[in-house]
Design a protein around this ligand. Structure first.
Ligand SMILES: Nc1ccn([C@@H]2O[C@H](COP(=O)(O)O)[C@@H](O)[C@H]2O)c(=O)n1
Ligand SMILES: C[C@@]1(CO)OP(=O)(O)OP(=O)(O)OC[C@H]1O
Length: 163
């Protein structure tokens, strides 16, 4: 039996360091520190990319965009997200809805969430109502609570595209 829906989940974490811009959900957020990575280290878009690829059974972000490949050094994660979603669509799926959480002790994400939703909806060709972005502190606990990094989790529902 072929079920016309698939779910996927994604997780990512990057270290916060001085001297890097903080880019989350394609939004550059004014902050003392930014996220370290081979690409722009957009932790939210990486978690979302993994959720989409996972739901379609297409592996993970590192398989599609290896961090050993100089082509992806400093990459715009919105471009990676768009490419990954093209591959998901080519496999016969479309996104139904996305729900994601940014785990950040600081800065406050609330003021930027709407712009992140707009970026993701635009990149995936979705209505903004199909995309939800939430944020939580880590209540001061552990590496996230000590502001050593920011993490993100994402879930996505895919539906079989009409033939
Ligand atoms: N980086 C963050 C963290 C949280 N928020 C908002 O604050 C609310 C309460 O968060 P707690 O972790 O204290 O439960 C949360 O629901 C968000 O609305 C935020 O904007 N940015
Ligand atoms: C995006 C890629 C590729 O530039 O590099 P990073 O920015 O280090 O991010 P990560 O979350 O480790 O995901 C996979 C990588 O292959």
């Amino acid at each position: 039996m072929s079920i016309p829906f698939r779910i996927g989940q994604g997780f990512d974490v990057h270290a916060l360091v001085a001297g890097r811009p903080l880019v989350i959900g394609g939004v550059c957020i004014p902050h003392t520190h930014g996220l370290l990575g081979h690409s722009d280290a957009d932790v939210l878009l990486h978690a979302l990319t993994d959720a989409l690829l996972g739901a379609a059974g297409l592996g993970d972000i590192g398989r599609h965009f290896p961090d050993t490949d100089p082509a992806f050094k400093g990459a715009d994660s919105r471009a990676l997200l768009r490419t990954a979603y093209e591959r998901v669509v080519a496999a016969g799926w479309i996104a139904g809805n996305i729900d994601a959480t940014i785990h950040a002790q600081a800065p406050k994400i609330g003021p930027y969430a709407k712009a992140m939703v707009a970026n993701i909806a635009s990149d995936l060709g979705l209505d903004e109502q199909q995309v939800n972005i939430k944020a939580k502190t880590n209540e001061g606990l552990g590496h996230l609570g000590r502001k050593e990094g920011i993490a993100a989790t994402a879930v996505v529902l895919l539906a079989k595209a009409a033939a």
